[in-house]
Design a protein around this ligand. Structure first.
Ligand SMILES: [Zn+2]
Length: 225
């Protein structure tokens, strides 16, 4: 009797496992976003700093982060317009002005941008160099994938050091950069090499267009594929 009971309960157990797995699968959050849900593919590019806020500077105080950020953002916009004509590009600033961090997030949120990419340069009192990309501390999947794709593209152009995709902020893994935290869409913040590193500055000047194309490709492919 006991044997028969055990045999009968086995298929029931297997069926229960299958049903449970299916239910769990159905209720898992779907991490693929339908970027076309509002009929427009859009990215918001944020050139860091600007106006009275120069950002970081090189050792001589001549080269300003705000200028490098804007140059790169405008070059990315150019590539997106040429290579991904279906993608609408919105800039948080198109010239040497300073929108507040809140304004930058409002720009992205108000136009219902699908992605947000902030462009900065790093600085160090030591001799640090290389590229890193920051994503929100909660490690959202699309943000992480976008950051990884951008970094892969930049690496294939050539960087002095791959410092990786990082989460949170440089001071804390549980805090977030304002623009990552307060934008409603997947976002990342690129630290495009160290402005305090001559080697990184040379690479940026030499590869500006190729870096811009790499960022444009990662953004465009994320939105259109
Ligand atoms: Zn910055």
């Amino acid at each position: 009797m006991a044997d028969k009971k055990a045999r009968n309960s086995k298929p029931i157990f297997i069926a229960a496992v299958i049903v449970t797995v299916v239910i769990i699968y159905l209720f898992l959050p779907n991490d693929d976003i339908d970027f076309m849900s509002d009929g427009v593919l859009r990215v918001c590019l944020d050139a860091g700093h600007g106006g009275d806020d120069p950002g970081a500077t090189d050792q001589g105080g001549v080269r300003l982060e705000k200028d490098d950020c804007l140059r790169l953002a405008l070059a990315v916009e150019e590539h997106l317009k040429n290579d991904f004509p279906d993608v609408d590009v919105v800039l948080t600033r198109g010239g040497d002005e300073y929108p507040s961090l809140e304004d930058r997030c409002d720009t992205a949120n108000d136009c219902k941008s699908d992605l947000f990419v902030s462009i900065h340069r790093n600085s160090s009192e030591g001799n640090a160099f290389g590229v890193e990309i920051w994503v929100e501390s909660t490690k959202p999947k699309i943000d992480s994938r976008l950051a990884g794709d951008i970094l892969d593209g930049l690496k294939s152009v050539g960087v002095s050091k791959d410092r990786g995709v990082k989460y949170g902020t440089a001071s804390s893994p549980t805090s977030d950069y304002y623009v990552n935290k307060h934008t409603d869409m997947p976002s990342c913040l690129i630290e495009m090499g160290f402005i305090t590193s001559d080697a990184d500055n040379e690479l940026l000047d030499k590869n500006l267009d190729a870096y811009a194309k790499a960022i444009s490709d990662a953004v465009g492919n994320t939105l259109t594929k």
